[in-house]
Design a protein around this ligand. Sequence first.
Ligand SMILES: Cc1cc2nc3c(=O)[nH]c(=O)nc-3n(C[C@H](O)[C@H](O)[C@H](O)COP(=O)(O)OP(=O)(O)OC[C@H]3O[C@@H](n4cnc5c(N)ncnc54)[C@H](O)[C@@H]3O)c2cc1C
Length: 266
Amino acid sequence: TIHALYERGLHLENKPFPIGVRIEHTQEFINQAMLGDFKDDPRLIPARYTLTTMTSNKKGVYTFCMCPGGYVIPSEAQEGQLVINGMSYASRSGENANSALLVQINEDDYGTELFAGEKYIEGLEKKAYRMTSDYKAPVQLAKDYLQGKVSQELEGVKPTYSLGYEFVDLNTLFSKAVNQSLHEALLDFEKKVPGFVTSGAILSAIESRSNPSLRLVRAKENRMSSIYGLYPCGEGSGYAGGIVSSAIDGIKSAYALMDHFGKENA
Ligand SMILES: Cc1cc2nc3c(=O)[nH]c(=O)nc-3n(C[C@H](O)[C@H](O)[C@H](O)COP(=O)(O)OP(=O)(O)OC[C@H]3O[C@@H](n4cnc5c(N)ncnc54)[C@H](O)[C@@H]3O)c2cc1C
């Protein structure tokens, strides 16, 4: 594990990372909002969106991994911790659209000690787990999240999360700064896409694994870590986010490795 490698001399550093929620709408609403009169045009695929904003407390908030016709899915790897993510099947024919809604977190939020970000995430995932029973998703209508009240009933958007859900107040999960950022972002996105909050949109928590809290330090000149022969690359090592940037980073490191060991053997 990363801890064992750290004990053996691997250099690590904290890095900013995002946490947040999944937001779900009906795909019909997203098609209407994005495509307008063309929403039923058979030549068009289910619509997507990307939204970003900078909040007054200087936090970037953005949508990520938008899944048209998709599902919110359980993604935990540890017992007693709750993690969600999103996906679409190739047909993208599900009733709902979902997207991560993420806030940038940095050392101001979790402290400067090494592994503090990891502990911060673990704490939130345990808290999210305790908010419901049996790995059900903690869910709240977006409009109720803005008002700090536990939702009483769904308003047209049914959660797709397969293990069930319970209504909670997500304001009690996140810190003041994260709540402020998510609130401001939702209000901004409602202005940009009318109905983004008020169309019955639901939030599920917690989206905490879209990018890691640590970076495995590597040398600029040859991309090698402080452990000889170990080449950190891709998402888990903190150098990429998503399929394409991870693949490109991996290819570059593979070339660096061949370059180094090729020369050494010659
Ligand atoms: C549900 C879900 C939906 C996503 N949707 C999108 C999307 O729509 N678009 C997008 O860009 N990104 C998406 N992502 C993120 C994307 O999957 C990652 O960014 C990407 O896979 C990272 O690539 P990687 O090569 O760095 O790591 P990985 O793809 O995780 O590859 C790491 C590999 O290492 C192997 N491995 C681990 N430990 C060991 C070991 N000890 N020995 C040998 N092998 C080991 C693993 O089995 C794995 O094959 C999604 C992720 C999830 C979980």
